[in-house]
Ligand binder design. Structure first.
Ligand code: ATP
Ligand code: MG
Length: 366
C-alpha cells in the first residue's frame, strides 16, 4: 500500500527543508512501524510512504493523526507520467468507487510534460464523465480525482485525509515542560509538541506527605502525550523538604509564589542539564491568584531561561475543550493530591513584587 503525505509550513523553510522533511519522515516511520514494514521516500515536496501491508483507513487515521507536520495525506497510486498510464490509473480507481458527482484536480511539479494541468483535468473529466455518467461538480463533489504529475511519475490521490497540522516534533528544539496533574499543563505541552518541540517533563511531588496519586496521573498524562513523540523522560522531583522549610519559615500569603519560584529554579537547572532552551507551563493570565501579571513577573525572575506559556490567552472553557479533544481531560479530572494544594494559605497573595520576595528568600535556610 502506498501513501502520499503532504506538509504545509515545512515547505516554507528554504534550505532547512531537508532537515524538516527528514524529521517528518522519521516520525511517520516510528508511528507506522508497528503496523507494517515502512519505507519513506522524499519526492518534490511530499513524502511517499510504502507500507508492506494493508492497515485499515481507521488505523492509519489514528496513527498519522499523531504525527505533527502532516497537513493532509491520502492512499495513493503511482504510475508513469504519460497520458495513457494516467488514464489507466484513473480508470482503475474510479471503477472501484460509486459517485454521482466528481471533480478533477491536476497539478504539475514538472512543466515539461506535453499537457498543461488544466488540459489534463479537462481531458480526465470528460473521460470519467463518459464512463460513469456522473456529473462534474468542482464545488463539493462526492469524489475528488486528484492527480499530481512529477518528472518521472504521476501520483493519484485516492481521498484526502486531514492531518493534525503543526511542525514535526523535534524540529523546533527541546523544552522542559512543568507538568502537574491538572487540566492546563498537559494542553500546554501538547501545543508545544504541535509547534515542533521535543519535550522533557518535570513533576514536583510532596511524597511522603501526599499520596502517590498525582505521580500516577502525571505518568498517565505523559504517556498520552508521548504518543506524538515516542519514548520520553519524566523527572519526578521531590518537593516536600523545601515546602516544609517554606511553611515553617516564610509568611503564608506569598507561599504559592515562593513554591513556584523554587520549582522554576529546579526546572531551570534540569533544563540546562538536558540542553533544553525553554520551560513550559500551563499558566493562563488571571486564572488563579498566582497567575496575575504581578505574580508571573515575580516568578519569572527566579530564572533566566524563557518561560513559555502557550495558554496565556486562553479561557478555561477553551482549555477544557482542547483537553477533551486531545484525550487528557479524562485523566486530569481523576482525583489526586497536588503538591500545591498541600498547605495552601487561606488568603494567597494576588500581586507580589520580586524585591520583597527575594528578601524573604534570603532569610531561608535552603
Ligand atoms: P494545571 O491545570 O496545569 O495544574 P493550574 O491552573 O492548576 O494548572 P497552577 O496550579 O497555578 O495552575 O499551576 C500553574 C503551572 O505551574 C501549571 O500549569 C504547571 O505548568 C506548573 N505546576 C504547578 N504545579 C506543578 C507541579 N506539581 N509540578 C510541575 N509543575 C507544576
Ligand atoms: Mg494545578
Amino acid at each position: 500500500m502506498l501513501l502520499a503525505v503532504h506538509y504545509a509550513e515545512i515547505g516554507l523553510k528554504g534550505r532547512n527543508r531537508p532537515r524538516f522533511e527528514q524529521g517528518l519522515a522519521q516520525n511517520l516511520k516510528r508511528q507506522l512501524a508497528p503496523l507494517a514494514r515502512v519505507r519513506v521516500r522524499r519526492l518534490f515536496g511530499r513524502l511517499l510512504v510504502e507500507l508492506d501491508g494493508d492497515p485499515t483507513l481507521e488505523t492509519l487515521r489514528e496513527r498519522i493523526g499523531r504525527v505533527f507536520g502532516v497537513a493532509y495525506w491520502s492512499v495513493a497510486t503511482v504510475c508513469d507520467p504519460d497520458l495513457v498510464s494516467i488514464e489507466k490509473a484513473v480508470d482503475e480507481f474510479t471503477a472501484q468507487e460509486s459517485f454521482a458527482s466528481f471533480g478533477v484536480r491536476a497539478r504539475r511539479a514538472d512543466k515539461t510534460h506535453p499537457y498543461t494541468s488544466s488540459e489534463l483535468a479537462r481531458h480526465l473529466g470528460a473521460r470519467v464523465q463518459a464512463a460513469s455518467g456522473a456529473r462534474v461538480d468542482l464545488g463539493d463533489p462526492e469524489l475528488w480525482i486528484e492527480i499530481h504529475v512529477l518528472s518521472r511519475e504521476a501520483i493519484l490521490l485516492h481521498k484526502r485525509q486531514p492531518g493534525p497540522g503543526g511542525m514535526p516534533v523535534g524540529s523546533a528544539g527541546r523544552v522542559l515542560s512543568m507538568i502537574s496533574g491538572g487540566i492546563d499543563s498537559p494542553v500546554a505541552s501538547w501545543l508545544m509538541l504541535k509547534r515542533g518541540c521535543a519535550l522533557r517533563y518535570v513533576h514536583f511531588h510532596s511524597s511522603p506527605f501526599t499520596s502517590p496519586a498525582s505521580q500516577e496521573k502525571v505518568r498517565d498524562l505523559v504517556a498520552r502525550l508521548a504518543r506524538h513523540q515516542g519514548p520520553v523522560t519524566l523527572f519526578l522531583a521531590p518537593f516536600a523538604e523545601i515546602q516544609q522549610v517554606l511553611v515553617s519559615e516564610a509568611p503564608a500569603e506569598p507561599r504559592i509564589v515562593l513554591y513556584r519560584r523554587f520549582m522554576l529554579r529546579v526546572a531551570e537547572a534540569l533544563a540546562r542539564r538536558e540542553r533544553a532552551l525553554g520551560i513550559v507551563t500551563g499558566e493562563s493570565l488571571g486564572q488563579v491568584s498566582s497567575q496575575t501579571l504581578g505574580n508571573m513577573d515575580t516568578i519569572n525572575r527566579a530564572a533566566t531561561l524563557p518561560v513559555l506559556r502557550p495558554l496565556v490567552g486562553f479561557d478555561k472553557a477553551e482549555i477544557i475543550e482542547q483537553a477533551r479533544a486531545i484525550g487528557t481531560f479524562e485523566i486530569s479530572i481523576e482525583p489526586d493530591e497536588d503538591c500545591c494544594s498541600y498547605l495552601m494559605p487561606r488568603k494567597p497573595a494576588t500581586w507580589t513584587r520580586p524585591e520583597p520576595i527575594a528578601q524573604i528568600e534570603a532569610q531561608l535556610d535552603v
